[in-house]
Write a new protein. Structure first.
Length: 288
């Protein structure tokens, strides 16, 4: 009886594999076995559970072993890198576009963001040896555009990954920007841009933010980092800092009730407001 059950489950397994490859050849599915493992690995566990219900311990072991082996290949594939290359990702601006919700998901490397031309909501010149190009997704709802751009590369063990993003944004669009990155050098020059809200979540980094006259509201969460903030001369700025062992060097600011205010905060009607939650970091602020 056990042998019959084992043969039945083995036959069922091969039928599923055969159906998958038939659909793949026909173009019905376009799924890499390795890249799809992270989504469909529970199927192997489910099949193992069904095998146990039918008292086929051998087939349960086989299904679990196959799942583990495929997972090992998938994890190994994550640690590989490709050849160094350049590529460009961009989203063209259309008539009627007014606001953009931009989410950037980055890892380690170098990221520069600055003003570009009016013809693109975002343009990113990428130099990388990640195996896959970054993901770019965008959707328009009326005059608002949601844009997501994120890296797909793994972590190199035997070979150093080189990666840089050179991003330009349109000067004619109001942006809400959210950036998530790890051990990276990040420079965001907002002069000439309209950034309404800025949210940053970073690891151990070196970050430089050059603000424009627009009253940006920023929230920054960072680890052991160096954070340099520069503001236009005469602008009103409030900086609220919370965290661990933080060294601050704020030129042109006074501290009141634990919050830093620029000398022109009361007179400027368009104030920049920043909240920072940091680990053991050095934070510098000044004017240009």
């Amino acid at each position: 009886m056990k042998k019959a059950s084992a043969r039945s489950f083995l036959g069922f397994f091969f039928i599923l594999i055969g159906i998958y490859f038939v659909f793949k050849i026909m173009g019905v599915v376009n799924l890499s076995v390795w890249s799809g493992f992270k989504t469909f690995w529970p199927i192997g566990v489910i099949l193992a559970g069904i095998a146990l219900l039918f008292k086929s311990r051998f087939m349960a072991f086989v299904f679990l072993l196959i799942t583990v082996l495929i997972g090992a290949v998938y994890v190994t594939d994550m640690f590989e890198v490709g050849d160094l290359r350049k590529t460009n990702l961009e989203v063209p601006a259309l008539e009627g576009d007014k606001t953009v919700d931009l989410l950037l998901n980055y890892g380690a490397g170098n990221m520069d963001i600055r003003k570009g031309d009016e013809y693109y909501l975002i343009s990113n010149i990428i130099e990388t040896n990640d195996k896959e190009d970054p993901t770019l997704e965008y959707e328009r709802t009326g005059s608002d555009v949601d844009i997501f751009m994120g890296r797909q590369g793994g972590v190199a063990v035997w070979k150093q990954i080189k990666d840089s993003w050179d991003i330009t944004l349109s000067p004619n669009i109001v942006y809400d920007v959210e950036i998530d990155y790890g051990a990276a050098d990040m420079n965001f020059n907002m002069t000439g841009l309209v950034v309404k809200n800025l949210q940053i979540d970073s690891g151990a980094t070196s970050t430089k933010l050059l603000f424009s006259n627009y009253p940006t509201k920023a929230q920054i969460a960072t680890g052991a980092s160096t954070l340099n903030l520069m503001f236009p001369e005469g602008s009103g700025v409030m900086i609220d800092v919370d965290g661990g062992a933080i060294s601050t060097n704020f030129n042109g600011f006074s501290k009141k009730d634990g919050v830093y205010y620029s000398d022109d905060y009361e007179s400027d009607k368009s104030n920049i407001e920043i909240k920072i939650d940091a680990g053991a970091s050095t934070i510098n602020a000044g004017f240009y």
